[in-house]
Design a protein around this ligand. Structure first.
Ligand code: ASC
Length: 130
């Protein structure tokens, strides 16, 4: 699937970048920085949901080094914990997408908060400082 560790690192970083971009558009609506448009929100959460499944294929053995990256070695030492946090984030994103489809801004706000929390929970333990 990946020829070299560099390819896997680039892949996972790209997936997170696209996911964060589209989550950010939804968060901007939840926070009132951008006018709420239910259709735009749902289009973006669908992208977040697809993207949320992709990065983890890029964390295989030997992909800790190869390009500058902020993945901590603990990812490969505490894989069950890392995978659990990944699953929790993916579950929050499913709820985020359902909230967007409901058309309720209040539901979207709550789901954006929970989803952001699930991003942060993993970053706190497994992403190095810049
Ligand atoms: C984002 C983003 C993250 C999370 C995190 C939430 O929009 O890019 O990594 O939310 O900041 O705490």
């Amino acid at each position: 699937q990946f020829q070299k560790p560099e390819d896997a690192i680039k892949y996972r970083q790209s997936a997170f970048t696209v996911m964060a971009n589209h989550f950010g558009r939804v968060a901007a609506m939840a926070q009132g920085r951008v006018p709420f448009d239910a259709k735009v929100a749902a289009d973006n959460t669908a992208i977040v949901m697809t993207m949320s499944k992709l990065p983890y294929a890029g964390f295989g053995d030997g992909t800790d080094k190869g390009l500058p990256n902020r993945a901590k070695p603990e990812i490969w030492k505490e894989q069950a914990k890392f995978n659990d946090l990944a699953s929790k984030m993916q579950a929050e994103v499913v709820k985020l997408d359902a909230a967007a489809k409901s058309g309720s801004l209040d539901a979207l706000k709550a789901a954006v908060g929970a989803t952001g929390g699930s991003c942060k929970a993993c970053h706190d333990d497994f992403r190095a400082e810049k």
